[in-house]
Design a protein around this ligand. Structure first.
Ligand SMILES: NC(=O)c1ccc[n+]([C@@H]2O[C@H](COP(=O)([O-])OP(=O)(O)OC[C@H]3O[C@@H](n4cnc5c(N)ncnc54)[C@H](O)[C@@H]3O)[C@@H](O)[C@H]2O)c1
Length: 285
């Protein structure tokens, strides 16, 4: 297990956070992204986050030095660099073309025994597995953001998955200190099936001027004792990812509650994607 090599596809909000958590557990990571800007930003952001974690003793006070951890990170555009990875975690955008392109490349590049871990917000894992010729080695893990701090994940293991692949998944999650809650394969699983419509409703309330974004979130924090309100959480996830997730829920399940409200669509259209662009429902500059 200690010689495991991990690939992460997509160096965006969640991919680089997954890479950081895996690196923190002492495993080497090859991080692949088609965008040069994302590749450059990811290394710097992982470094900043590791330094902050070390400074505050979180999540692990005995974390090795940042430069030692970063020596285990390879950032590349080239899927061929995944030839010897044992487990690959896919985190490209919640859009079908992006998923399809990524799995075509993965099937070309990875060795036969490689375990594929899909990390979608909504797409069912079986649908993603059908993009490959190895449904017995495609499992789902829905990681939570920021990954080094959120030690519980949803895990999806369909009946087509082999017992060996399932064991490898749970050994890996154990190795990186994650507790898995196993759920059935359904659009949005549990977390996003509940949270995405809540975010949509919260955005609609702001659009209807029932309350400001600040007050909607304050009600969740102060009345329900949530650590974070739904709009701050949406900004952390990325409003484009929230929008894509609602669209995917609408396609998969139908129903007005998944139809994205105008407020959310307009924010994404104007490039206000949340923390990643410095502004969403709140401003982060
Ligand atoms: N943001 C979250 O909190 C969160 C949490 C759990 C799951 N997810 C899911 O993870 C996936 C990624 O979400 P994100 O928020 O990181 O998105 P993001 O837009 O921040 O990052 C996606 C990255 O993938 C890259 N990419 C696109 N196509 C690619 C390809 N074919 N090969 C390699 N790289 C490619 C993009 O350049 C981008 O850097 C989505 O399916 C999302 O629903 C997101």
């Amino acid at each position: 297990m200690s010689s495991l090599k991990i690939g992460v596809i997509g160096a965006g909000v969640i991919g680089r956070s997954i890479a950081e958590a895996v690196l923190g557990a002492g495993l080497p990571v090859t991080l692949v992204d088609v965008s040069e800007a994302a590749r450059t930003a990811s290394r710097a952001l992982i470094e900043t986050s590791l330094k902050a974690a070390r400074l505050f003793g979180l999540p692990n006070p005995s974390l090795p030095r940042t430069d030692q951890i970063l020596a285990n990170l390879t950032v590349t555009h080239d899927y061929a660099d995944l030839a010897d990875v044992d487990i690959v975690i896919e985190s490209v955008p919640e859009q079908w073309e992006a998923k399809r392109d990524a799995y075509v490349e993965l099937e070309r590049a990875c060795k036969d025994s490689c375990l594929y871990v899909a990390n979608p917000s909504v797409f069912p894992i079986a649908k993603i597995a059908a993009l490959t010729h190895r449904a017995d080695r495609v499992v789902g893990v829905h990681f939570m953001n920021p990954v080094p701090m959120k030690k519980t994940v949803e895990a999806i293991v369909n009946p087509a998955v082999s017992a060996q692949a399932s064991r490898r998944l749970f050994d890996f999650l154990d190795r990186i200190g994650m507790r898995a809650i196993v759920v059935k394969d359904a659009p949005g699983f549990v977390s996003n099936r509940i949270m995405m419509p809540v975010v949509n409703d919260a955005a609609q309330l702001v659009e209807d001027q029932v309350a400001t974004a600040h007050d909607v979130d304050a009600i969740f924090r102060e009345c329900f004792a949530h650590k974070m309100g739904p709009l701050e959480m949406a900004d952390l996830i990325g409003l484009d990812t929230v929008l894509y997730s609602l669209l995917r829920l609408y396609e998969e399940l139908g129903g007005d509650r998944y139809q994205p409200c105008r407020n959310l669509v307009e924010k994404v259209e104007s490039g206000k994607l949340g923390r990643k662009t410095g502004e969403g429902f709140f401003v982060y500059r």
